[in-house]
Design a protein around this ligand. Structure first.
Ligand SMILES: Cc1cc2nc3c(=O)[nH]c(=O)nc-3n(C[C@H](O)[C@H](O)[C@H](O)COP(=O)(O)O)c2cc1C
Length: 183
């Protein structure tokens, strides 16, 4: 069984990026599943905190989930034309200490997607992640792109992604990424 870890870059209960990942979990190809990880409980990165107390428990748990996954899908909101600080902060913590990067991040397949009520589908945020995943020597998947614009029109009143076209795009995206992960 291939396990993909989806990380939504938003703490909001009604996060549309989380909704995207939850739908992706329903649309996985045979032999693969997607788990969604939250960012709750991750403090702001502070070198003094790290020196005094080491890696916070919520970060250690996220690192272990990434290390156990066959690949990672980052569902990134876009804030002011880039990635949101809350998600960058979580990834920064996951890169600590540097000696643990090989276990957690290096060569880990990674894909980006994102949703926005706006018109450009998080393209700037997704591109901003490329420099980060390169620095971390992860293995980005370039073949698929999924930029969900006008997301509020694609959800039902429970906040679930119901739009048939987007769900099909999501199904194809996940199938492509899982094939990449399988090699
Ligand atoms: C500080 C801030 C900056 C934002 N900047 C952008 C932006 O540059 N581009 C964009 O498409 N949406 C922008 N938005 C709107 C977000 O896309 C929107 O809040 C989205 O729903 C966040 O994702 P979530 O639903 O997963 O929480 C911004 C929102 C905030 C709070």
């Amino acid at each position: 069984m291939i396990t993909i870890l989806g990380i939504p870059g938003s703490l909001r209960r009604g996060s549309t990026n989380r909704a995207l990942l939850e739908s992706a979990g329903e649309l996985m190809p045979e032999g693969a599943r997607l788990e969604v990880a939250g960012l709750d409980g991750i403090p702001l990165y502070d070198g003094d905190l790290e020196a005094a107390e080491g890696i916070p428990p919520a970060v250690a748990a996220l690192k272990d989930r990434i290390a156990a996954a066959d690949g990672v899908v980052i569902a990134t909101p876009e804030y002011n034309g880039s990635m949101p600080g809350v998600l960058k902060n979580a990834v920064d913590w996951c890169s600590r200490p540097p000696e643990d990067q090989a276990r957690v991040l290096r060569d880990r397949p990674v894909a980006m997607l994102g949703a926005t009520p706006g018109r450009l589908g998080t393209i700037l945020a997704q591109d901003a992640w490329l420099g980060v995943v390169r620095t971390l020597r992860m293995r980005p998947w370039y073949q698929g792109r999924l930029m969900v614009s006008g997301v509020h029109e694609l959800l039902d009143d429970q906040g679930r992604l119901t739009d048939a076209r987007t769900r099909e795009q999501l199904r194809e995206f996940m199938a492509g990424f899982v094939a990449f992960v399988r090699g």
